[in-house]
Design a binder for this molecule. Structure first.
Ligand SMILES: NCCC[C@H](NC(=O)CCC(=O)O)C(=O)O
Ligand SMILES: NC(=O)OP(=O)(O)O
Length: 315
């Protein structure tokens, strides 16, 4: 593995999940990251990704440097051959090359603009870091994907499933703001790679990118989709068809205990942060059906497995 930008960068998913679960159940004193430095750049807020990745790096013996790049760094220019006489002070060519002098791995969070689908799909920020850095790059949630979250979710489902092939439902839920497709995209990709019966449910107008959904069943009736579910993964995303818009939805899509009646006492997941009583009701988040805290805990081991793999591969 040279970088961790997409789930497809993982060469052996089964082995990586196994490594992560081993790091959780059997912490090692070995410090394969001793003398190495992780640099993290955040262009957007974070609680879990920032702290779990820092914790993972420290568990491996790495030094960590974090920068709120949107507030504290120079505004970056990403266009090739730009004449930089306006608001951008530094080109990604220098920024990525300089970071490569100070660090052994860089990790970047950069959300989409949600205005121009084609532009977001070029993944300009992540791909520019990849192009101009001479060290591995890790995606901490980009315009179209959140692969560390998806790896965590794969680990969590395998860890907590009582069946060899559980039914997993990804459901859209309401939110006042326009949110990225990144978490839903990467989760969908992960579910295509592990042994689950997977269904996506969302209102009309909210279908995800067909290039990612492929032949997965999409059910516009949430109640039908929830039938006998073992896991319900809740997430809001903005419209993909009417790109970045928040469309009016008449039915109530908030997930609460009443909706779980139809399921196999489903375990409820969310990447967090979650808006209580808009996305998921208190009666779930404060109940044993919620596994969001166990899920967040697994972020550390997912990050640890990825960083360890990148350290091994860049030796
Ligand atoms: N990384 C976890 C989710 C991050 C982001 N959520 C948010 O921005 C929610 C913010 C709010 O609720 O205002 C998303 O959906 O991709
Ligand atoms: N789930 C997740 O990525 O959380 P943060 O946005 O807090 O990092």
């Amino acid at each position: 593995m040279k970088n961790y930008i997409n789930l497809s960068d993982i060469e052996d998913l089964k082995a990586l999940i196994h490594d992560a679960r081993g790091m959780k159940s059997n912490p090692s004193e070995e410090k394969p990251g001793k003398g190495k430095t992780l640099g993290m750049l955040f262009f957007n807020p974070s609680l879990r990704t920032r702290l779990s990745t820092e914790k993972a790096a420290r568990l491996l013996g790495m030094e960590v440097m974090v920068m709120n790049a949107d507030k504290d760094g120079w505004a970056l220019e990403f266009e090739d051959a730009a004449i930089m006489n306006s608001d951008k002070a530094e080109h990604i060519k220098e920024a990525a090359a300089v970071l490569s002098q100070y660090c052994d791995i860089i990790a970047v969070r950069a959300f989409p603009g949600l205005k121009d689908r084609e532009q977001d799909e070029t993944e300009l920020v992540m791909n520019s870091f990849k192009k101009y850095a001479t060290i591995p790059v890790v995606n901490l949630e980009s315009a179209t994907g959140h692969p560390l979250q998806a790896l965590t979710d794969g680990i969590t489902i395998q860890e907590l499933s009582e069946k060899s092939r559980p039914k997993v439902v990804l459901t859209w839920a309401p939110h006042p703001n326009a949110l990225p497709h990144s978490v839903a995209n990467s989760f969908t990709e992960m579910m295509q790679q592990i042994d689950v019966d997977f269904v996506i449910t969302n209102p009309e107008g909210y279908d995800l990118d067909p290039k990612i959904v492929r032949d997965i069943r999409v059910e516009h009736d949430q109640k039908k989709a929830f039938k006998d579910a073992d896991f319900v993964y809740v997430k809001n995303w903005s419209s993909y068809e009417k790109y970045g818009q928040v469309l009016e939805v008449e039915e109530n899509w908030t997930v609460d205990q009443a909706k779980l009646k139809n399921t196999n006492n489903a375990k409820v997941m969310h990447c967090l942060p979650v808006r209580r009583n808009v996305v998921i009701a208190d009666d779930i988040l404060d109940s044993d059906n919620s596994i969001v805290i166990q899920q967040a805990n697994n972020r550390t081991y997912a990050a640890q497995a990825v960083l360890k793999k990148l350290l091994e591969c860049s030796k």
